[in-house]
Ligand binder design. Structure first.
Ligand SMILES: Cc1cc2nc3c(=O)[nH]c(=O)nc-3n(C[C@H](O)[C@H](O)[C@H](O)COP(=O)(O)OP(=O)(O)OC[C@H]3O[C@@H](n4cnc5c(N)ncnc54)[C@H](O)[C@@H]3O)c2cc1C
Length: 504
């Protein structure tokens, strides 16, 4: 295992290249490994993927990337969570924030006490017990203050919005500086060894690239993993029927909001991602229920500022490759599967795939046990995330369009049904096998879309009601008092990570 060839220079290709070069090419490593990346400017990248989740901070830390440097280089902004508009019912909104909700008491999650108070008519909106859900209402932001343990200010959890092409450019510079060689060219042929493993890639103009190990970051069509190795595709279109998107940037407006917004539309949903120099927008829709012209009209008539380009169409299918690692080839990013960006999970999936690959990195040859473990973890991870995305569609009470009626009435994966039943009875949310989304995420979406449990944990009844009420009121009051200490998000960004004005 000496020559590693990454196919594709989108976000996943360069994220992979940066992580591998940082860990493999340092010190004596450069003598053992050679890392190359081939991409085609003519083909280009998908060019979207601008909202993240807090886990990306671990990736930046591993690479030694400073947050301020990242945000300056990518026109980035901070993200406290996602606002969901019109998902449960038309006219309703809720927030999925990244920080905890309330505080546990006697080892029991806060929301069980909240459910008790609600039954007694003593509870405020669940969002009022969380700093990440309240600060967005006033467009405020600051990073967590770990020195203020016990205060909600210590619990602020953030992620980023950034310009995807600038992010890839920044990672490319870092990778090349660490020794990765970039090759420009369009792959036209893949050759294989007798045992089926990939031997080389032929480029237009007769150049041939030979390697020991291939990482397929070639995007949705999966040049190596699908077109060559025929991994097969597990199609989730029956649960996630949206299959198209239109993306368009528009001019910025004030204030700079510290969150992503997702607004449910007639047959899909629209994203709004605020950056320093523009707002990224897009409509994800289902072609069975909405034609392209209607989608274009819906998107363009719901922008906050003047559009800066023509809407760009993208087609996809929700699902995953049945196997992500076959022989000497691992697929990462869109080549390994696609889940719509409702919870901004794709970049995270790249990050966790790279981490997993490094955990199981081949020593001298390929080991079947390592490969099987990689594939097992990959499958498990994406199945759980899929359930969380499907949850948003299933838990709608909207009946104003055939699309939403279809979503409301569909059957869902058993693993999701178990979660729904468990919550609906006594408000319990089990975190299974290290899944990505934890209790606060499931809680906010389930309550936000109108699933109210019939009961709650019996131990939440032990303390006197007045004590529970005062406990919850105290949390709510402290959250409220913290807000004025947080500056407006726009001011914060200008102070710590203002990006230079982009050229026209
Ligand atoms: C509508 C939409 C919105 C999204 N929003 C988000 C979001 O908010 N947050 C998030 O985390 N993710 C989001 N994603 C996902 C995110 O865009 C991707 O995960 C991310 O961009 C990684 O893409 P990629 O690098 O795998 O593929 P691509 O960007 O498609 O890159 C593929 C690369 O392979 C190269 N290539 C392909 N074929 C050949 C060939 N024959 N020869 C040479 N080179 C070749 C291309 O030139 C390119 O460099 C979104 C996706 C879509 C579709």
């Amino acid at each position: 295992m000496q020559r590693i060839l990454i196919v594709g220079g989108g976000t996943s290709g360069w994220m992979t290249a940066t992580a591998l070069s940082k860990l493999l090419l340092r010190e004596q490593g450069a003598r053992h490994w050679k890392i190359e990346l081939v991409e085609s400017e003519q083909i280009g990248t998908i060019g979207v993927g601008e909202a993240t989740i807090p886990a990306i901070k671990a990736y930046n830390t591993m690479l030694g990337l400073s947050e301020d440097e990242l945000l300056r280089a990518t026109q980035g902004s901070f993200k406290l969570g996602i606002e969901f508009v019109d998902w449960g019912r038309l006219g309703e909104r809720y927030f999925h924030g990244f920080s905890p909700i309330g505080r546990d008491l006697d080892g029991i999650s806060f929301h069980h006490y909240w459910l008790r108070l609600r039954q007694a008519g003593l509870a405020a909106d669940i969002a009022e017990y969380s700093i990440n859900s309240m600060a967005p209402l006033e467009a405020r932001f600051m990073r967590a203050r770990p020195d203020m343990a016990g205060s909600p200010l210590a619990e602020i959890a953030h992620a980023f919005h950034f310009d995807a092409s600038l992010y890839a450019k920044m990672l490319r510079q870092k990778s090349e500086a660490m020794g990765v060689t970039r090759i420009e060219g369009r792959i036209t042929e893949v050759t294989r060894h007798e045992n089926g493993h990939i031997r080389s890639l032929k480029l237009e103009g007769d150049r041939e690239l030979v390697a020991d190990f291939f990482i397929d970051c070639s995007g949705l069509h999966g040049l190596l993993i699908e077109k060559t190795l025929q991994a097969g595709f597990e199609d989730w279109g029956h649960w996630l029927p949206c299959d198209r998107a239109l993306a368009v940037p528009c001019e910025s407006v004030s204030p700079l909001l510290p969150y992503t917004r997702s607004t449910a539309r007639e047959a899909g949903w629209q994203w709004r991602i605020p950056l320093q120099h523009r707002i990224g927008n897009g409509l994800v829709y289902c072609s069975e229920y909405m034609d392209d012209e209607a989608a274009r009209h819906t998107l363009l008539s719901n922008l906050d500022g003047k559009p800066l380009a023509d809407p760009r169409p993208i087609r996809f299918r929700a699902g995953r490759r049945r196997t992500s690692w076959i022989g000497n080839c691992v697929a990462i990013g869109l080549a390994s599967g696609f889940l719509e960006p409702l919870e901004s999970t794709s970049i995270h999936l790249v990050q966790s795939a790279v981490t997993r690959l490094l955990d199981l990195f081949p020593r001298q040859g390929l080991d079947a046990a390592d490969i099987a473990e990689y594939n097992r973890q990959t499958e498990h991870e994406i199945h759980r995330i899929r359930d969380f995305i499907v949850l948003h569609y299933k838990l709608t009470a909207r009946d104003d369009t055939p699309f939403w009626r279809r979503c409301r009435d569909m059957s869902v994966p058993d693993t999701l049904m178990e979660k729904l039943d468990l919550f609906a009875s006594n408000g319990r949310i089990m975190h299974v096998d290290n899944e990505l989304f934890h209790e606060p995420s499931w809680l906010q979406v389930m309550l936000g879309q109108g699933l109210m449990p019939r009961g709650y944990h019996p131990m939440a009844d032990i303390r006197p009601l007045e004590l529970v009420r005062d406990f919850a009121e105290d949390i709510r009051g402290v959250v409220k008092r913290c807000l004025p200490h947080m500056p407006p998000h726009g001011d914060y960004v200008r102070q710590v990570c203002a990006a230079p004005l982009p050229p026209h």
